[in-house]
Design a protein around this ligand. Sequence first.
Ligand SMILES: Nc1nc2c(ncn2[C@@H]2O[C@H](COP(=O)(O)OP(=O)(O)O)[C@@H](O)[C@H]2O)c(=O)[nH]1
Ligand SMILES: [Mg+2]
Length: 188
Amino acid sequence: MGESQKGLLSVIQKLKGSTETELRIVLLGLDNAGKTTLLKSLASEDVNTITPTQGFNIKSVASHGMKLNVWDIGGQRKIRPFWKKYLDNTDLLIYVIDSADKKRFEETGLELSELTEEENLKGVPVLVFANKQDLATASPASEIAEGLNLHTYRDREWQIQACSAVSGEGVQDGMNWICNNIVNQKKK
Ligand SMILES: Nc1nc2c(ncn2[C@@H]2O[C@H](COP(=O)(O)OP(=O)(O)O)[C@@H](O)[C@H]2O)c(=O)[nH]1
Ligand SMILES: [Mg+2]
């Protein structure tokens, strides 16, 4: 895993250098997609849990001008109005998919397309992690991209990255994309 063990967010922080701007990331996906596993490999520092009264848990990492919020979406339509405010001023959406859970591809695709229509996520770049690639039953990232109609997303930068949050494979590549496309853009 190398660098990822130090926490990939701290690597981004270094690359980000002394820029004053805060980088706000939300990490979303259906339950069981692998978000918590991914978060642990990304963040070396303590993860806090916020429990807003509306009854959903947000894992949050904040340090050195970097803020990362993580929670499960799906089955939460009724409480959407409550979590919307946690999407404010988002610089990057990381969307995690269980590549081996074909039964839920349609559901996760719907959630993603609804998310991209949220007012406060307009034009926000999306990094999709096609997670659990270590499983023999995983669909390749290219198939998932097609199923999600990512090629129709013309109003923002997007990238799909095959990965395994468990082995760490591919995670660094996704973070490199963030560094090259988001952090450097923001510096300009
Ligand atoms: N094989 C495999 N299992 C994974 C991977 N990432 C997560 N998991 C497993 O999937 C389950 C759900 O992971 P979790 O991080 O809790 O998902 P969350 O609900 O999105 O936070 C756990 O049993 C993880 O160990 C992966 O890359 N490969
Ligand atoms: Mg979780």
